[in-house]
Design a protein around this ligand. Sequence first.
Ligand code: FAD
Length: 481
Amino acid sequence: LTADRYPWVTRAPHLSRIEDKHVAAFERLLGPSGVITEEEQLDGYNTDWLKMVRGQSKVVLRPKTVEEVSAVMRSCSEGKLAVCPQGGNTGLVGGSVPVFDEIVLSMSLMNNIIKVDPVGGNVWCEAGCVLEAVNTHLEKFGLMMPYDLGAKGSCQVGGNVSTCAGGLRLVRYGSLNANLLGVQAVLANGDILDCMSGHRKDNTGYHLRQLFLGAEGTLGIVTGAVISCPTLPTSVSLACLGLDDFSKVLTTLRTSKRILCETLSSCEVMDDTCMDAVANKLGLKPPLGSHKFYMLVETHASNPQHDGDKMDAFLQELLACGDVEDGTVASEPSKMNALWQIRERITEALSRDGYLYKYDLSLPHEKFYEIVHVMRNRLRGVKAAKTVSGFGHVGDGNLHLNVEADAFDQEILEMCEPFIFDWTQKNGGSISAEHGIGFKKAKFMGKYAATGKASLSTMRAIKTALDPNGILNPYKVLPPA
Ligand code: FAD
C-alpha cells in the first residue's frame, strides 16, 4: 500500500469516509452499473501502471455524461468526500490512483467523439476517449492528433490534458499548451465550466482552459476537450541510427534539424541497456548491430519525392561526417511500426521483472546523458540495483532515466531521491518534463518547482479558490502544507 511504503503521507482528517448511504446515493445518481464496489474489480483502479503505488478505494464511479459528473461532484462536495479522477491509468507518477480511500472517478464511459471540423482542423471529444481511437477517427478526415505516446492504446484525452502530455512528436507539432483549444470541466462544487468554443484565437479574459492543463485532477474534472489537429502526412520516413558516443547523438540532432528542417517530426534516443531490455525481455528484434546509442529520426511530409530527397541528403551527410556507425530507413508502415515498437515498449520491458525507479527530466542538451553515468557510479555497490539506463525525447531535451531493481528497495530510493532532483536543479533542469508531479514528486515540489516560491503560493491560492475543501485528488501535485 502507498501509505505503508511512504509513511510521511497521512490521511487528511477533515475528509469523510465513505458509508453505505453514500454508495446508495451514487447508485441513485448513476444507476447500479455506474458504481463498482466489488473487491476484485477495485484492484485495477487502485493500482498504477508501474505497480509502484496502491490505494484503498472502496468505490469506483463511472459517469456517462457531464451532468452525472456534476451531480457526483456536488454530492462529494457536500459530503466532503475526496475524489481521484482516473483516465486510462497509464500515468507514471502515481497521480491516477487513490492514496487512501478516495473515490475513483473513472472517465472511461465518457468516450464520444463529438465532432470534427475538417476545415479548421479541430476535434471536439469527451474526456474518456482513448487517444488511439480519436486518431483512427481523424484519419477519415485526413487529420491526426498533434501528439502520440507509447500509451496511446489506453490513455485518454482527459488524462492527456490533465498531465499536459508531451510525447514523440512535440518537436514538430508543439505541446498541448498551443494545441488545446477548449476544455469542459466540472468544478469541485459541481459547477460545469464550458470553454468548448474551440476558437483558435480567443482573448476574452483569462485563458481558463489552460488552468486544467497539467493540473492532474486537482482543480476539476476534465469532461471534454477541443484539440487542434495537424494534417495527416502523406509521406512518412523513419531512420534508425546506431552511434557509439553521446556527443554524436547531439551533432546528429543538429544535422537533422538543419537538413530535414520543416519535415522533421520526431527525434528520439535510447541507450544499449534499453535496446537489450526490449530484445531480451520482449523478444523484439534489434534493427541494427550493437551500438551504445540508437536514434529514431522521423519525417512527416506531403511529397514523397521531396521527403525522400531530404532523407537521402541527411543520411549522406551523416555517413560523410562519420558520426553514425550504421543505419536503416523505412517508409513501409509495418517496418516503421516495428521500429516504433522498440522505442515505445522500453518502459514495459524495463519494468517487466521487478521494480522500476523512473525519472522524467528536462535537461540542457550538453547535460542530457551525464546523469545516467552519475547514477551508474553512485549505485555501483548497491546489489539490488540491476541496471541504470536512459532514453527519451532528445529533440526536446527530455530524458527518461531508469533504475531497474528486482523489487522495491528503500536503499535505492534514498540513493536516488532527492539526489537526482538536486543534480537536475543544479544543472538547470526540471524534475518533471512531461509526466507531471502526481503523488511521487509532490513532496519535492516545494524545493524543486522549476518556477520558484511565488509560483507555489500562487498554485496554492488557485487550488484553495477552486477546491476549498481539498476534495480533488488530495496528496497530489502540491506538497503537504
Ligand atoms: P491517468 O493515468 O488516468 O491520469 C493521469 C493524471 O491525470 C492523474 O493525476 C489523474 O487524476 C488525472 N486525470 C485523468 N483523467 C482526468 C480527467 N478527465 N479530469 C481530471 N483529471 C484527470 N507521457 C508523456 O507525456 N509522453 C510520453 O511519451 C509518454 N509515454 C508513455 C508510454 C507508456 C508506455 C506509458 C505507460 C506512459 C507514458 N506516458 C507518457 C505517461 C502517460 O501515458 C501520460 O501521462 C498520459 O497523458 C496519461 O493519460 P491517462 O488517461 O492514462 O491518465
